[in-house]
Structures are given as structure tokens and as C-alpha cells.
Design a protein around this ligand. Structure first.
Ligand SMILES: NC(=O)c1ccc[n+]([C@@H]2O[C@H](COP(=O)([O-])OP(=O)(O)OC[C@H]3O[C@@H](n4cnc5c(N)ncnc54)[C@H](O)[C@@H]3O)[C@@H](O)[C@H]2O)c1
Ligand SMILES: [Zn+2]
Ligand SMILES: [Zn+2]
Length: 372
């Protein structure tokens, strides 16, 4: 039933992205076909090519995108053809147990994120008799994709698609990691590991929540300089220097929060983060680690004596339907800097160059602008 051909960046085996033409089905019940205008280049897609994300192959990359609904399947009520939308990498159906208990970031409809299979057990991208999944059941590194209606959120007319793409993952994930998952409060001291596409928004979230000290650790000067423009009060190239500063600045009480948004979280970083938090302190882990390495590994007494907490965070605990419009409202009001996050735009054909730029520290966020 393939009804159109779409150009996409795919992984057939872990390594560089390959540009290829795929066949794309019509949308089925509760599904929509989106023509993408822009797609953000999140580090999570790079984890696939690095072999650090156990996803089913072949897969179409990309999980933060914005575009226009081209057609809809049966019984779609959230949007109609012609609507501008953001694709949230986390769907929110509103009816499952997490969605109905205020945990929309863990909607059960997102269970096939790593395979890209739809809930009826079939796929929408195909080539030469093979089924291709879309990462997070999206696949925004494609001109078109079929996605669940639960994964689309209307994008207001005045918001550019490039900005819309960022609020599909990196912005809510980072901002929410500080505001919701960590629960930063006025006067807190917050240490943020990694100020890239996600962490830049953690800096903004921590500042907006009222943190007194927003301390950023990032080995790349460009990221540290950028973090200062977003609200960081002090920046360091390594954790040791940051620890000394936090100890001095808080008169030995240490940080209230450490939030982990580096490219890949390691045992060394988590241990440094735990030791940098004081009594009642909390470590929030948003970044993914290397698949075969343990990252959370230290004596239990380090948690007990100071009653420290450590927890993971998915999509910054955000609710796509509530927080995407809210974050765009903050952007409109000038309280959330998003234009400043886009260092450079690329064509789909330049996806490998874009990831080289990310890995080599030249980008805060790169964005693919699809050919129209
Ligand atoms: N939990 C979620 O919902 C979720 C969602 C999106 C992304 N992620 C993950 O978050 C992480 C960050 O993603 P991103 O797109 O911002 O990546 P990024 O590459 O844009 O940013 C990572 C930053 O970490 C910095 N860094 C490298 N080594 C460091 C170190 N030793 N200490 C501190 N910083 C260091 C880099 O210089 C870079 O600025 C990735 O692991 C990604 O997969 C998680
Ligand atoms: Zn992402
Ligand atoms: Zn749900």
C-alpha cells in the first residue's frame, strides 16, 4: 500500500547515516502523515550510530521534528490536514495509567520507541521488502513520516518550524530536568554537567526556577560561553574545579542539585556529582550512558549519611500537551532563549557532517531544514 517515496537518513548497521529513498504507507487509524520542515539533531540519534542505543535496525533517525500534517487516518481528532505540528518524541494518549496519573512522559503508547513498530505490529517505512522503524516511532530525518496522533502537538502559526523542532525533545528534556525532575527551588545551588542542546535548557530552567548559583561543567569553551549567556553564574572545564568552587561558595554546604546532561554519563561523572551535593541533595540523570558500562556505582553510605537522592529523568518529566505550548509561550515572552541554541542549519544530505560538528563541539544544536 506504499503511496509515496521519501528521502531519509537511515542506519542499516551502526555507523554513518545513509541517505536512501524509502516507501511510506498511508496513515492508519489514529495515525497522521507529516511532511517535515525541520528536525533537530539530538545526541540520542548519535548514540544509535555509536552503538550505545539498543535499537532495532534498520531505523530512520530523528526524534525531534516539526512540519505539516499531510494526511490523516481514520478516527484522528487531535489534528487535521494542513495543521502545523511538533512531533514529541514522547507520545501522550491521555488515557493510559501513566497519562491518567500525571506521568505523561511515560505514556505506554511510547513502548516501541526502540523498534519504531506501530502498536498493531506493523511498520510504515519499507524498502525492498524490508521494514524500517522510525526512531521513537517518528523518524524525523525523513521528508515524510507516518506517526501516531498521540505524538503530535499543534504548533502555533507564529513559531518557526526550526524552533518547533527543538521543543520535540531537547528543550523540554533540559528545562524540565531542572524545573520538574530535579525540582529546583529559589535560592538553590545547581551544578549542571554538560551544556549542549539539552543542558543549555537545563541552565535556563534552573535560572528561571530561581537558583542562586547555576554552575556549569563542560570541557568545551563554546558551550561554557554560551551557558553564561543563558544564565550560568559560573562555568568550569572539569568537575574538580567546580567542586572546589561550590564548596567555597556554599560555605561547605555543597550543592542542592547536580543535573547530568553530558553527551554520555560515566561512573566518574556520577560519582563526582554525588560528592558535589550536600545534605538532602539530589542527582538527576538525564543523559544516556555507554551501553556496556555501569555509570551509577558508589558505596551506599554516600547516599545514606547525607540522605542524598539519585534518579533518572525522561523528557524532563514534561507533559507534551501542556509543556510544549508553555515553553513556546516562554519563548514568545523572551523568557526562554531558543533562537540562540541553533548554531547552524544543514540539509538532510549533510547529516553526517552535522553529527561531526556536534561531536567535535562546534554546535549547541544543529537543525536539519528539509527541502520543500
Ligand atoms: N532522558 C531523556 O529524556 C533524554 C532526551 C534527550 C537526550 N538525552 C541524552 O542527553 C544527553 C545530552 O544530549 P545533547 O543532545 O544535549 O548532547 P550534546 O552533545 O549537545 O551535549 C553534551 C555536552 O556534554 C559536554 N561534555 C562532554 N564531556 C563532558 C564531561 N566530562 N563533563 C561535562 N560535560 C561534558 C559536551 O561538550 C556537550 O556540550 C545525551 O546522552 C542524550 O542521549 C536524554
Ligand atoms: Zn532527543
Ligand atoms: Zn498514555
Amino acid at each position: 500500500m506504499a503511496t509515496l517515496t521519501t528521502k531519509a537518513a537511515v542506519q542499516h548497521e551502526y555507523g554513518p547515516w545513509e541517505i536512501t529513498d524509502l516507501e511510506l504507507d498511508d496513515p492508519k487509524e489514529h495515525e497522521v502523515r507529516v511532511k517535515f520542515a525541520a528536525s533537530g539533531l539530538c545526541h540520542s540519534d548519535h548514540h544509535i550510530s555509536a552503538g550505545d542505543a539498543p535499537v532495532r535496525l534498520p531505523v530512520v533517525g530523528g526524534h525531534e521534528g516539526a512540519g505539516t500534517v499531510e494526511s490523516v487516518g481514520e478516527n484522528v481528532t487531535r489534528v487535521k490536514p494542513g495543521d502545523r505540528v511538533v512531533c514529541s518524541y514522547i507520545p501522550a494518549c491521555g488515557a493510559c495509567r501513566p497519562c491518567s496519573t500525571a506521568h505523561q512522559n511515560m505514556c505506554v503508547k511510547g513502548l516501541n520507541a526502540g523498534t519504531g513498530m506501530f502498536l498493531d505490529g506493523t511498520f510504515r517505512f519499507h524498502k525492498d521488502g524490508k521494514d524500517y522503524g522510525g526512531f521513537c516511532t517518528l523518524g524525523t530525518f525523513s521528508q515524510y513520516a507516518v506517526v501516531s496522533e498521540w505524538a503530535v502537538v499543534p504548533l502555533p502559526e507564529d513559531i518557526p518550524f526550526e524552533i518547533g523542532s527543538l521543543v520535540g525533545c531537547g528543550v523540554p528534556t533540559g528545562w524540565g530536568s531542572a524545573v520538574y525532575a530535579a525540582g529546583v527551588r529559589a535560592g538553590d545551588t545547581v551544578v549542571i554537567f554538560g551544556a549542549g542542546g539539552v543542558g543549555s535548557n537545563t541552565v535556563q530552567g534552573a535560572r528561571y526556577a530561581g537558583a542562586k548559583n547555576v554552575v556549569v561543567i563542560d570541557p568545551v569553551e563554546l558551550k561554557r560561553d554560551n551557558a553564561k549567556t543563558l544564565g550560568a553564574t559560573a562555568t568550569f572545564a572539569d568537575a574538580k574545579e567546580a567542586h572546589e568552587y561550590v564548596a567555597a561558595t556554599t560555605w561547605g554546604q555543597l550543592a542542592d542539585h547536580a543535573i547530568m546532561t553530558p553527551n554520555a554519563v560515566t561512573e566518574e561523572m556520577v560519582s563526582a556529582a554525588v560528592m558535589m551535593t550536600g545534605k538532602g541533595g539530589k542527582v538527576t540523570i538525564t543523559a544516556v550512558g555507554h551501553l556496556k558500562e555501569k555509570a551509577v556505582h558508589f558505596p551506599a553510605g554516600f547516599l545514606i549519611g547525607y540522605q542524598r537522592q539519585i534518579r533518572g529523568a525522561l523528557f524532563g518529566d514534561c507533559n507534551p500537551l501542556y509543556d510544549i505550548p508553555k515553553l513556546l509561550g516562554l519563548y514568545r515572552a523572551g523568557d526562554l532563549k531558543l533562537d540562540e541554541l541553533i548554531t547552524r542549519t544543514y540539509t538532510l544530505d549533510q547529516v553526517n557532517e552535522a553529527y561531526r560538528d556536534l561531536v567535535e563541539g562546534r554546535n549547541i544544536r544543529g537543525v536539519i531544514v528539509h527541502e520543500q
